[in-house]
Design a binder for this molecule. Structure first.
Ligand SMILES: [Zn+2]
Length: 304
């Protein structure tokens, strides 16, 4: 049986949010089969449950924010991407601040936390979102689309008119039946043009951003000591974001995603259209050998 997964032990991390600069602690708990990913905003004695689902997404200006009953948790996408990437189906995540900590800017610390907590298989069959028809959304020249595919493929294209971006690959495509999320995508950090930072900060954005949690782009080079982690780190980070946003459908996806200049707002529009057009069915895969995604091979093999 291809089983649902949760974490073995409770685990937590503390850090500042990229946009708010506010310190928060997130604590991940094991959860029963069919719980899904459930956030809990802890505000003193008030606890608000917010399911990680597309219809609970509020603001998408700079990050993906979950919202329910007056409670908000921003910048969930890198954590969601880590959970999707290692195939954790069920997890309860407490957050005592307005925003999930940015850590070092990618999903790698979240992957490490999950792996250190341990991943366990549960006594329920894993469910997948199986894309049955193509759906596309567009805004100006930006595109996000999904289509049927026997596996999980993510392709992305960027087009920034800036000399530093132009030095590096602006397109990438990964078939997750051939390469792994952890190796190829999870380490890609968020990024921004350094000269924009002052303006963003004046508008109360990116208050927590620095070169320890983001790639800073200078006039003609990357400002971080050590440069990029891989030459296509920018586009890989956009893929990481998309994988996190897609996980708001509630299960790992069997299908192909294509994004061009897409961000959280357009990704969320796509999710809503996928749901309103019923462009998928939920399937269970009984035999591990029939799973088209190699990061869902048995735990021991993946973590070896
Ligand atoms: Zn991101």
């Amino acid at each position: 049986m291809l089983a649902q997964r949760t974490i073995r032990n409770k685990t937590s991390a503390t850090g500042v949010g990229l946009h708010t600069g506010i310190k928060a602690t997130l604590t991940m708990h094991p959860a029963d089969p069919n719980t899904g990913i459930l956030f809990r905003k802890i505000d003193g004695n008030k606890v608000t449950e917010i399911p990680a689902q597309a219809n609970f997404v509020g603001d998408t200006t700079l990050s993906t924010t979950l919202e329910h009953d007056g409670a908000e948790i921003a910048t969930i996408e890198h954590l969601m991407s880590a959970l999707a990437g290692v195939g954790v189906d069920n997890c309860i995540i407490d957050c005592d601040g307005p925003e999930i900590p940015i850590m070092e800017g990618s999903s790698t610390r979240f992957v490490f936390l999950i792996q250190a907590a341990g991943i366990v298989e549960q006594s329920a069959v894993k469910k997948f979102i199986y894309v049955t028809k193509s759906v596309q959304v567009q805004r100006d020249d930006a595109v996000a689309k999904i289509k049927p595919y026997k596996g999980f493929r993510v392709s992305f294209g960027l087009e920034f008119d800036h000399p530093v971006y132009k030095k590096f690959p602006q397109t990438a495509s990964i078939d997750f039946s051939q390469t792994s999320f952890i190796r190829q995508v999870s380490r890609a950090r968020t990024f921004g043009v350094y000269s924009d930072l002052e303006m963003l900060k004046k508008n109360n954005r990116a208050l927590g951003a620095n070169l320890n949690n983001a790639i800073g782009i200078g006039d003609d080079d990357v400002l971080n000591e050590g440069g990029l982690r891989f030459s296509d780190e920018f586009v890989k980070h956009k893929m990481l974001d998309a994988i996190g946003d897609l996980y708001l459908l509630g299960h790992n996806l069997i299908g192909e995603f294509y994004g061009f200049k897409s961000g959280h707002a357009l990704n969320n529009q796509l999710l809503k259209k996928i749901e309103s057009e019923n462009a998928y069915k939920i399937i269970e895969i009984d035999e591990i050998k029939d799973a088209p995604i190699n990061y869902l091979k048995p735990v021991s093999e993946e973590l070896a």
